[in-house]
Design a protein around this ligand. Structure first.
Ligand SMILES: [Zn+2]
Length: 173
């Protein structure tokens, strides 16, 4: 029989965290059940402590599982597939969050560019409301259009005093 290496607290935490502290066999989660880390490919069959071979299982599911079930390669294959799918879904979620963050920053940069132009022209930037408003315009018309309109508005309405600033800002839209 293969020697069982003890799992570190860190790797146990990583497995639980990845599986949202939920038994991957029955769907019950902590603190309703006591969670254990199960080897998908059992140590007796040469399974290692790689995180891909580990899965969160409640005590009931882990202990109720006989050797016969574990040695059934179809069951192992199926569990492995489920785990792969779970991992893929998690990866995609992370990628999506990163992507959304990227988009967000991109729009923020565009607002900054317009604000910089306005500031250099009339000395006034956006209020918090102004930023939101500008973001709405960029989403609606696109950056180029809003930037062009800002230039036109400033050319046409800004004459150096504060009253005309408001007028020019309003004309952008
Ligand atoms: Zn369970």
């Amino acid at each position: 029989m293969a020697k069982r290496k003890t799992l570190s607290k860190k790797i146990r935490f990583e497995v639980f965290k990845r599986d949202s502290f939920t038994c991957q066999y029955c769907g019950r989660s902590a603190p309703d059940v006591i969670l254990e880390v199960d080897h998908i490919n059992p140590v007796a069959n040469g399974g290692d402590n790689d995180i891909m071979n580990l899965i969160t299982s409640c005590r009931d599911c882990n202990r109720g599982k006989g050797k016969t079930e574990l040695s059934d390669s179809e069951t192992i294959k199926k569990k492995k597939e489920q785990l792969d799918e779970l991992n893929e879904r998690r990866n995609q979620l992370e990628m999506m969050l990163e992507w959304e963050q990227g988009l967000h920053n991109f729009v923020e940069d565009q607002i900054d560019a317009i604000e910089q132009f306005l500031q250099s022209t009339c000395g006034q930037g956006f209020s918090e409301y102004g930023r939101k408003w500008c973001k709405g315009l960029i989403n609606k018309f696109g950056f180029e259009e809003v930037y062009e309109s800002s230039k036109i508005s400033m050319d046409r309405y800004y004459d150096g005093d504060e009253g005309s600033t408001t007028k020019a800002f309003n004309y952008i839209e």
